[in-house]
Structures are given as structure tokens and as C-alpha cells.
Design a protein around this ligand. Structure first.
Ligand code: ASP
Length: 331
């Protein structure tokens, strides 16, 4: 008689293979953090520091970074949403995960359905910057200069839906200078920063993980920070006012980064990754590097998978009206 495997037997075999793979994880194959922006920028920086820390907390884990820039981060996110759910392709992305649903009428993936949430990593303030040649040295002078030169200047960002884009939109809306500058999109704020330093672009708002060293070296001018509270503990950034102090009532923008896997990644792999990530967030070396760049490593419940997802869902709801008020659709 011909052997016909029962459905149960097939299911058991599939489960056994899945479990065996999960037990062997990570094995010898690299675990890639897909960064949806150009190399050398703020998100890339977080990913590389986290990869280094997780190499220590998941022995044998060969964590690497791949840059898949474009469309404000949605190209890289889509790549991970469609990747094999084997724990070897992960997404390291920021607030864009929650901002793009409000900015794009159509996304090629569903942020809350197509990913496994692995935990929130850090929070990063932003700084409002000008090119070194800009004839302003204080926030007041800066705002007056932009107002006086409406229509003549340009503002760089890392694509529609990026943090720099959201920050620029919110700021222009808050000071009632909507569409006062031409926007110039780049694949990330690393190339945008090169152009700001070179004077090809006039203005940019970017995360402190990318701007601190440039401000310190005097390669760009900084005018304000975007957080509600001053960055009193940071040796350099404490000297800059918040936008609220400059009269922009309620202005409060902090960028956060989280780690994601494609939906359907086996549970034991998700647990291994979350455990290794949580240990990495306690690594003094990782904390020190991040703090030096103005970032704050997550210490609360949002490093847990369920809390990370609940936080992003709440951020999607919170950002939608802000983006609707400030901006335009990306598509
Ligand atoms: N985080 C982006 C980057 O790494 C920049 C942005 O979101 O504005 O380039």
C-alpha cells in the first residue's frame, strides 16, 4: 500500500524542523540589522553600536548591518517585512515606524501586523541646525533669517517620513513658515550632513547621534533642541535652548529606535533575540557611547516585546493628527 503521510505527521515534522532550527539559532549565518537609511547616519550608528553589544550578549551571534535606504525608511522596512522569518534579517528603525502610516496613504506592509516586535532600544533628541555660513548665531536670529528669506532657502531631510522630515515639518508648522523652504531629500542624514557642512543646503533637523560631533567641531551651527526639557546633563547640548523655551508652545519631539523581525519568526528565536537585546541595553559600554551622543538607552518595560508593540500603536495614534496638521502626504 502506498504510504500517505497524515496531516498530523507532516505538521509534527514541520514543527520539529522549526524547533531544531530555533535551538541552533543563531548558528553560523549572520544576523543582519537592516537600517533603512544611508551608512554613517544616526540610525546606522545605533545599529552598529547595538550589533557590537549583542555580539557579546548572544555568544556566536554574528550581527552585521546592511543599509537599505529610500522612501523615508519604508523600502528597508518592506524588505524586512517580506524577508524569511528565520531570525537572520531584522529591522532597526525609528519613529518612522509610527509616522509613516500617517504620511503615506499606501504602505506596502502593515506596521502592526507584519512584524514581530523585539523591544525598544533608545530615545534620541534632535537638534535644529544651519550651515556654518548662515549669518545667525542664536535661535532668534535663525528664525528671523528664515522668515526674511522665505522661498530662498532649502532644508535637507532623509526622505519623506524620516525623522528629519517630521522635525522640519513640525518646526515650520509651529513657526507658521510652512513651505518657506525647498526640501531636499537624501538617502539618510549622513549624506545630508555632508551637504550641510559644505553649504549646499541651508538647514537641517537631525538626531544628536549624528550631530553632536559636528556641532562640537564647529562644522555646523546648532540653534535649539527639540525635547520638552533642556538636555542639562549633556556637556555640549545643555548650552542650547529647547524650542519650547523659544516660544514654540508644546513642541516636543524625541526619536526612538526599536528592533523588529518578520512576522512568523519562531517564538524561541524571538525570545533569544529579546533576551540578548535586553542584556545589551545594560552593557555599560553601549550606554556610555549612546549617552555621549545625547541618546538615552531604554530601561523601562518598553524593552519587552508586548510593551514595545503597545508603545508603537500609541505613537501611531499620537502622530497621525500632528502629521495631518503639519504636513502633506508623502505619496
Ligand atoms: N535616521 C535617519 C538616518 O539614519 C535620518 C532621519 O530619520 O532623519 O539617516
Amino acid at each position: 500500500m502506498k504510504f500517505v503521510p497524515s496531516l498530523v505527521a507532516v505538521a509534527v515534522a514541520v514543527l520539529t524542523v522549526g524547533t531544531a532550527n530555533a535551538q541552533d539559532y543563531p548558528g553560523t549565518k549572520p544576523v543582519t540589522f537592516v537600517v533603512p537609511f544611508a551608512a554613517g547616519g544616526p540610525t546606522d550608528r545605533v545599529a552598529r553600536d547595538l550589533a557590537e553589544a549583542m555580539r557579546k550578549t548572544m555568544p556566536g551571534g554574528n550581527f552585521t548591518v546592511e543599509n537599505a535606504a529610500g522612501a523615508g525608511g519604508t523600502i528597508g522596512a518592506n524588505k524586512v517585512a517580506k524577508a524569511k522569518a528565520d531570525g537572520h534579517t531584522l529591522l532597526l528603525w525609528h519613529i518612522g515606524m509610527a509616522a509613516t502610516p500617517g504620511l503615506y496613504r499606501k504602505l506596502p506592509y502593515k506596521p502592526l501586523e507584519d512584524f514581530e516586535y523585539l523591544g525598544l532600544v533608545n530615545e534620541v533628541p534632535m537638534t535644529l541646525l544651519g550651515k556654518p555660513q548662515l549669518p545667525a548665531n542664536t535661535y532668534r536670529d535663525f528664525e528671523n533669517y528664515i522668515r526674511a528669506n522665505s522661498g530662498k532657502l532649502n532644508i535637507a531631510h532623509a526622505g519623506l517620513g524620516s525623522a528629519s522630515h517630521i522635525c522640519g515639518l513640525m518646526w515650520q508648522h509651529a513657526v507658521k513658515l510652512n513651505d518657506s523652504m525647498t526640501t531636499i531629500p537624501f538617502g539618510g542624514t549622513a549624506p545630508a550632513m555632508t551637504n550641510l557642512i559644505g553649504g549646499q543646503v541651508d538647514v537641517m533637523c537631525d538626531q544628536t547621534t549624528n550631530t553632536t560631533s559636528q556641532i562640537e567641531a564647529g562644522r555646523v551651527k546648532a540653534f535649539a533642541v527639540t525635547t520638552a526639557k533642556p538636555l542639562s546633563n549633556h556637556k555640549l547640548l545643555k548650552d542650547y535652548p529647547t524650542l519650547q523655551e523659544m516660544g514654540l508652545k508644546g513642541f516636543d519631539l524625541t526619536i526612538w529606535h526599536g528592533l523588529y523581525a518578520p512576522k512568523g519568526t519562531p517564538e524561541p528565536i524571538l525570545k533569544k533575540l529579546n533576551d540578548a537585546m535586553k542584556l545589551a541595553l545594560k552593557d555599560p559600554e553601549f550606554i556610555k557611547k549612546q549617552e555621549g551622543l545625547g541618546a538615552v538607552v531604554v530601561t523601562d518595560k518598553r524593552m519587552e516585546r508586548a510593551e514595545h508593540k503597545a508603545f508603537v500603536a500609541a505613537e501611531i495614534a499620537k502622530l497621525k493628527p500632528v502629521i495631518d496638521a503639519a504636513g502633506k502626504f508623502a505619496d
